[in-house]
Design a protein around this ligand. Structure first.
Ligand SMILES: [Mg+2]
Length: 437
């Protein structure tokens, strides 16, 4: 009998992070980090499930969860093997749904819902193959990888033939790079010290701890108040010395002119990059800022809605670092496209992470990039934020500032079963207790 996909379960999971001001920045003062979570069930006797999620910061996580449910017909009832062996085809069907497409197209809640489902299917495929996702992708042929990508809207910047060439160029040395990755891991940087809600003493202490832990780059949230930012940047620079890279992140707070003025004020502290200086949709604004603040570099990506906007950011030299997000664009397939675009333009990818489980996901994409796409770790780092990992069955492992390559089969996306009970919103025990208190 042909095994089939039998169910798509969703969960509205929220963590009350606003109680401690973890995750506070200039635009998001009180986030409750949340996951619109999906589990894909099958009737195969091996019992594997596919897990995926969209990350939100609280209110609206119910809307996100409902959007995932709208994709049920693309998954449930399908033959298991046929579906998993054609994830390029499944991606195209979902993204091109002529009615759901009206809600985007290819952006926002519906696109994030597709990311959750697509990533859950990849998790299931990797579990069934007995490999971590980075390894499954890196073991694919260039032709198989190119078939995952939808080149519609990209071909003026990247053709399938160019993508094949990039992937073939990265084939020599892959085994050596894999051995290096398994031994050393992949460099991370930490955002833990720099949340805007932390006081100066906590900032200085956490900066020093980050360096002691082996990180060579850290990041500060900025953008709410210039005098505060100058003071905090001074504290951080004094705490870590001149050789540690300090990036700053404005979380879209500024207009273009304001961004230029603000970054010039901070430039005496030698910021490594300025992240999300303005609206993520403003490609030309990013390009203007990049020209004006050079040699300080611009980074963005966590709110870039799809591969088309990334294409434009690259075509206009608007960014020096590309910060893809595992669960905002439509999952693994679209991120393969984005990694290929970045390689074509020679821009390092430094993924956005933190949130709920984003570190767990993006590590696979960076490791795949190192093995099979860019072939490089130069100036590439994965964001690391040290909270909520304990809720995952296979949390990231950081050693001396590096992400160690995950070895468990899958996409590292499984939340622990007890977490799905305790943090269910609004009736899980954590939220019921919060109300009583
Ligand atoms: Mg950011």
């Amino acid at each position: 009998m042909t095994a089939r996909i039998t169910g798509l379960r969703t969960y509205d999971i929220r963590f009350p992070t606003s109680r401690e001001l973890d995750g506070s920045d200039a635009m998001n003062p009180d986030p409750d980090y949340s996951a619109a979570y999906v589990v894909i069930d099958t009737d195969h006797p091996d019992g594997h499930e596919g897990h995926g999620f969209a990350f939100t910061i609280g209110r609206g996580n119910d809307i996100q969860t409902t959007a995932i449910r709208a994709l049920e017909s693309y998954v449930v009832g399908r033959p298991l093997d046929g579906t998993l062996s054609d994830l390029g085809g499944v991606w195209r069907e979902m993204v091109h749904d002529s009615q759901l497409r009206w809600l985007g197209p290819e952006k926002g809640v519906m696109h994030m819902a597709i990311s959750a489902v697509v990533n859950a299917l990849w998790d299931l495929r990797a579990k069934r193959a007995g490999k971590p996702l980075w390894k499954l992708l890196a073991d694919s042929t260039p032709e198989e990888l190119v078939d995952l990508v939808d080149f519609r809207y990209l071909s003026d910047a990247l053709t399938p033939a160019e993508a094949l060439e990039i992937l073939r160029r990265a084939e020599p040395g892959r085994a050596e790079r894999e051995a290096y990755l398994l031994e050393r891991g992949y460099p991370g940087y930490t955002t833990t010290p720099g949340w805007l809600g932390y006081d100066d003493a906590k900032l200085a202490r956490l900066c020093k701890e980050a360096v002691a832990d082996g990180f060579t780059q850290l990041k500060l949230k900025v953008g709410a108040n210039l005098a505060d930012d100058v003071r905090r940047m001074g504290i951080a620079r004094a705490a870590v010395g001149p050789d540690i890279r300090i990036a700053v992140d404005a979380n879209q707070r500024w207009d273009v002119g304001q961004a230029i003025t603000w970054v010039r004020e901070l430039s005496r502290f030698d910021p490594w990059w300025v992240e999300e200086p303005t609206s993520p949709d403003d490609v030309l604004g990013h390009a203007t800022i990049a020209r004006a603040i050079s040699p300080v570099k611009v980074a963005t990506g966590e709110h870039v809605q799809n591969r088309v906007v990334f294409k434009q950011l690259l075509q206009t030299d608007a960014i020096s670092y590309l910060q893809l997000d595992a669960a905002r664009v439509a999952g693994v397939n679209e991120n393969v496209a984005i990694l290929l675009l970045a390689a074509k333009f020679g821009v390092p990818v430094c993924p956005h992470a933190g949130g709920v489980g984003l570190c767990e996901l993006v590590q696979h994409l960076s490791m795949f990039d190192f093995l099979a796409v860019s072939g490089s770790m130069d100036n590439r780092v994965i964001e690391f934020v040290d909270h909520l990992h304990e809720h995952f069955v296979h949390p990231v492992v950081i050693r001396n500032g590096n992400y160690l390559a995950p070895t468990a089969p899958g996409f590292s996306s499984d939340l622990r079963p007890q977490t799905l009970i305790d943090y269910a919103y609004p009736h899980g025990p954590v939220w019921m207790e919060g109300e009583a208190a």
